[in-house]
Design a binder for this molecule. Structure first.
Ligand code: GUN
Length: 288
């Protein structure tokens, strides 16, 4: 079997086009332009790349972008004061504080300071609670992107066995909640799980979000399963340039899976597209 390749890049472009249309419609109906504030503390190179992409794509779909770069030594008080001013600013509909934060800042403390109605990352405990009680949350962007990709190849998730490898607040846990809300039978596997390969072999839907390059092999996968690979890992290559790979051994897994996301070009591009969709939704809720 050779798996269908799920094209996250093309799907993300489609989502961004829909968001751009939604932005125009909101401007025409209410004279409101959605605004996203992105806060970066420090100079982590990977975070700088992510934030630059977020700003670029926010502007490309017609939204306002507010970009705040703070020194790595910024105090808790200064960061909290910025968040308060963004909470109070009617032009800002979404607030994202890029993680990880420098060690002296407690990310939970910072996230809780964001107005839940502007928490387009879906990390505030109010949104987490809404997600686990089938309410109306802002859903974290990476798992939301994964769900959209999954539904593009399998609209009937109810009753399927889903295994999520990884229990992070950003991906693993919200992904499990989303699958449960779709009536899948969900297992969350993690570093203490016994016999991980046999747990994974039960999965009709397998989501890998652990940060271990090419860990998931063909013999971990049930024939025909749908595999969503959230990992983004740089591995060394002979030419010294390095290469991005996921948590799944793509070539090996493709011989067994029914459908699979590549890295790069899988859930990655969907993350920012879903952030823009959440920001549009926050702006719509602000006028309703
Ligand atoms: N760092 C890595 N992924 C994310 C994300 O989705 N949101 C934020 N705020 N920081 C991140």
């Amino acid at each position: 079997m050779t798996a269908t390749r799920i094209d996250g890049k093309a799907f993300a472009e489609q989502v961004r086009e829909e968001v751009a249309e939604g932005v125009k419609a909101l401007q025409e109906a209410h004279g409101v332009t959605p605004g996203l504030a992105v806060v970066l503390v420090g100079e982590d190179p990977a975070s700088q790349v992510y934030v630059r992409n977020k700003v670029k794509q926010t502007e490309a779909c017609g939204m306002n972008s507010f970009h705040h770069v703070l020194d790595a030594s910024t105090s808790r008080e200064s960061l909290m004061s910025l968040i308060k001013s963004l909470n109070d600013d009617p032009e800002v509909h979404g607030i994202l504080v890029q993680l990880p934060l420098p060690d002296h800042l407690d990310s939970k403390d910072v996230i809780e300071a964001i107005d839940p109605a502007k928490d387009v990352d879906g990390f505030h405990t109010s949104n987490v609670g809404e997600l686990w009680t089938s309410g109306e949350p802002f859903v974290p962007c990476t798992p939301l992107g994964c769900l959209k990709l999954l539904k593009s190849v399998e609209p009937n998730i109810a009753g399927k066995n889903a295994v999520v490898i990884g229990r992070s607040n950003i991906v693993g846990r919200p992904m499990a909640a989303l699958l449960l809300n779709e009536s899948a039978t969900v297992t969350i596997a993690h570093s203490k799980t016994k016999d991980l390969p046999s747990v994974c072999r039960q999965a009709d839907i397998l989501v890998a979000a652990v940060g271990r390059p090419q860990m998931v092999k063909a013999d971990w996968i049930k024939p025909g399963a749908i595999v969503l690979d959230v990992g983004i890992n740089r591995i060394e290559t002979d030419d010294g340039k390095g290469r991005l790979v996921g948590d799944v051994d793509f070539d090996d897994a493709s011989t067994v899976a029914g459908a699979i996301t590549p890295v790069p070009g899988g859930p990655g591009p969907m993350t920012i597209a879903c952030l823009l969709a959440n920001t549009l939704e926050a702006a719509k809720r602000s006028v309703s």
